[in-house]
Design a binder for this molecule. Structure first.
Ligand code: SAM
Length: 244
């Protein structure tokens, strides 16, 4: 997969070269290019923002600079998908992460200030798929932190990136859990600070362990994210689930 990020703070994306993602780059599983938006400015101040039409506080990122940047990074016919992080976007979810993991080329446009002039997004949408995506109902200072989140969640789904690919299949929100939250996990020692690992996990009875894990996932989801339970199709619940 090819990933391009356009930002006014290229150094902010350095964590993408660390640990699992860094190894994925070293092994050629992804190609990451981070571009400084100011390289497409033409004035002495290398300005990327201007006052908003209609007045109001803050500044808006200029369309000319973004337009030239995206023309170069994503010329017509590259088959890329453009992702624009914004609190006003559609929610980023695990299922969108899976969708992005099947793309060959993702381009991220990091906004700052009050965001990017809307015409940049509308213009790009004339030649490629564009998603305005939010990572949560809160406001960040810029799109870079959102890109770190999105790229990390996408790259770990790519074949060969995780040491044990089965672990991504049993995570919260995934197919095996039918969109539920994962229950609690434990490791050695059996007793720690007076707290004991549940007996069932040490029983060696795999059917019982699976049932216990499923119950814990249902209970945790009910308590913390009832909205996920509400969205669960009826056919994804077995008879034991319904009894719980
Ligand atoms: N005026 C914008 C609004 O109210 O929707 C907020 C702009 S925010 C201060 C600056 C930039 O941070 C945005 O353009 C976007 O790139 C990024 N950003 C902030 N919150 C975000 C979120 N929840 N998800 C994704 N990106 C976000």
């Amino acid at each position: 997969m090819r990933i391009d990020v356009v930002t006014i703070f290229p150094e902010y994306l350095e964590p993408l070269r660390v640990a699992l993602l860094g190894r994925a780059i070293d092994r050629g599983l992804i190609r990451l290019d981070v571009h400084d938006l100011r390289d497409w400015t033409h004035d002495v101040h290398r300005a990327v923002d201007d006052a908003p039409y209609g007045g109001g506080p803050g500044m808006v990122m200029k369309p000319q600079v973004w337009g030239e940047a995206l023309d170069d990074v994503a010329p017509e016919g590259t088959g890329a998908r453009l992702v624009v992080p914004t609190p006003a976007g559609r929610p980023f979810t695990q299922s969108l992460a899976h969708e992005y993991a099947s793309e060959s080329h993702l381009i991220f446009a990091c906004g700052r200030y009050e965001g990017i002039d809307q015409r940049v997004i509308d213009d790009a949408a004339r030649r490629m798929p564009v998603d305005e995506v939010s990572i949560g109902d809160y406001v960040l200072v810029g799109g870079e932190a959102a890109v770190l989140v999105i790229v990390e969640s996408v790259v770990r789904l790519l074949p060969g990136v995780l040491g044990n690919p089965a672990s991504a299949k049993e995570d919260s929100f995934t197919g095996a859990l039918h969109g539920l939250l994962e229950g609690p996990s434990y490791t050695r020692p059996e007793r720690w600070r007076g707290l004991v690992v549940p007996d069932v996990l040490r029983s060696g009875d795999h059917a019982k362990i699976d049932r216990w894990r499923r119950d814990q996932a249902l209970i945790r989801t009910f308590l913390r994210r009832p909205d996920l339970l509400d969205a669960l199709p009826e056919e994804d619940l077995d008879a034991a689930d319904r009894k719980l």
